[in-house]
Design a protein around this ligand. Structure first.
Ligand SMILES: Nc1ncnc2c1ncn2[C@@H]1O[C@H](COP(=O)(O)OP(=O)(O)O)[C@@H](O)[C@H]1O
Ligand SMILES: O=C(OP(=O)(O)O)[C@H](O)COP(=O)(O)O
Length: 412
């Protein structure tokens, strides 16, 4: 798959085993911490079902949000949703590696499913390091003895070199789950680097990740044009010398985004084809108004209608459109238009469309017509873009290493 040889669930003996299944059910949540879109949860049902049908006991592991952020919450609600979509009981334990969790894992019977709590409750999980280092973490050492097999189905986290992603494949027989397998093979099929023009529509809030992705896209000359929205647009607007007014600058400062301005300027000076919005929807004292980018007085919450029109016409002429990260604060119904409109334009165009990232997917309306022959809805955001820009993903590398280790172990 995708240049690397990666074991899938067809390559290992998965019958009547105890399986650790890393999934990515990191979902958008509202201001009360309630899940507003369960697409990622639904995506993993196929892999879980297959493991249960093969008489395994399955322990699910995932993260949700990052410590310090509002969406860093327990996985209890997720367990109910998995249970609903599977139509089976899912045991939830509000623990990850403690004695209580280990006891339940130990006693889990074939056919039973357990969801551990947010793996990022374990601080080691936030560290990016090579697999050889992560093998030594408490997380990997405490849990490995209970399992026969590790399956990684978390394509959306494949760009992180964290213990739950890269540690276990070095010590347990491992394979890619069905989501991981399908993502990698679909992208390899649909994404042809020769097809032009390729337009990337990049928004959302993970600006540190996105600037790295844009640098990669420019280095490998993959993107012909980048249309920005969300906080990514604000960064490039500042880098282009626009005045976004004090309130927005304070938000960017607080989020550590202003420190990225020199990198954004370097990209622009090197000729990166990055477009910024010409107008925005802003919020002032609870009211929504439209303002031109040159005269911003409110807090920026979405791209405006003139920008939507320009972006839509560019999108419609593209051979490949890749969208990741919403154009605005889509948790608020009043600021979903920008994201919905660029999605609609992409689906109406003639090119291939790849949509990624938990938030952008949640802006897809049920009545939007999706032609499965030319649209791939990915569970990944950052992972998807790094994969498309040619970067090697740590999760895939670790799975590939696990196969080499097994071949060597069998030979010795
Ligand atoms: N102008 C904006 N100001 C503040 N937050 C924004 C803005 N535009 C988008 N966002 C936020 O970006 C977040 C989603 O970004 P991200 O996690 O990068 O996307 P995805 O999950 O699709 O990969 C949402 O919570 C949304 O509110
Ligand atoms: O939502 C995710 O990534 P995405 O926003 O790039 O799609 C993944 O769950 C990874 O989460 P992280 O970016 O906090 O490591």
């Amino acid at each position: 798959m995708g240049g690397l040889t990666i074991p899938t669930m067809d390559d290992i003996d998965i019958r009547s085993k105890k399986v650790l299944l890393r999934i990515d059910i990191n979902s958008p949540v509202d201001e009360n911490g309630k899940i507003i879109d369960d697409s990622r949860i639904k995506a993993h049902v196929e892999t879980i079902k297959e493991l249960i049908d093969k008489d395994n006991s399955v322990v699910l592991m995932s993260h949700q949000g990052r410590p310090g952020d509002k969406d860093f919450i327990s996985l209890e609600e997720h367990s109910k949703l998995i249970s609903k979509h599977l139509n089976r009981e899912v045991i939830f334990v509000d623990d990850v590696i403690g004695p209580y969790a280990r006891e339940i894992i130990k006693n889990l019977k074939n056919g039973e499913i357990l969801l551990l709590d947010n793996v990022r409750l374990i601080s080691e999980e936030l560290i990016e390091a090579p697999p050889q280092q992560h093998v030594k973490t408490f997380l990997v050492r405490k849990l490995t003895p209970f399992f026969n097999i590790y399956i990684n189905d978390a394509f959306a986290t494949a760009h992180r070199s964290q213990p739950s992603i890269v540690g276990f494949p070095l010590v347990l027989p491992s394979a890619a789950g069905r989501v991981m397998e399908r993502e990698v093979s679909a992208l390899a099929r649909i994404f042809n680097a020769e097809d032009t023009p390729k337009i990337f529509v990049l928004g959302g809030g993970k600006v540190h990740d996105t600037i790295r992705i844009i640098e990669n896209l420019m280095r490998t000359r993959i993107a012909d044009r980048i249309l920005t929205g969300g906080l990514v647009a604000e960064l490039f607007s500042v880098a282009k010398g626009m005045n976004l007014n004090t309130k927005n600058m304070e938000i960017l400062e607080r989020m550590g985004i202003l420190s990225l301005v020199p990198r954004a300027r370097k990209l622009l000076l090197s000729g990166a084809p990055i477009e910024i919005p010409v107008d925005y929807k802003v919020e002032i004292n609870g009211n929504v108004i439209e303002e031109p980018a040159s005269k911003i007085t409110g807090v920026i919450k979405d791209i405006g209608p003139a920008t939507v029109e320009i972006y839509s016409s560019l999108i419609k002429d593209a051979k490949v459109v890749v969208l990741r990260g919403p154009m605005g604060v889509i948790e608020d119904e009043r600021f979903r238009d920008g994201s919905k409109s660029v999605l609609k334009a992409s689906l109406e165009g003639w090119g291939y469309v790849i949509i990624g990232g938990g938030h952008m997917i949640s802006a897809l309306d049920k009545d939007m017509k999706i032609d499965n022959n030319k649209v791939h809805i990915s569970t990944g955001g950052g992972a998807l873009l790094l994969f498309l820009s040619g970067e090697r993903l740590p999760a895939l590398e670790a799975l590939s290493m696990s196969m080499t280790n097994r071949v060597m172990n069998n030979a010795s």
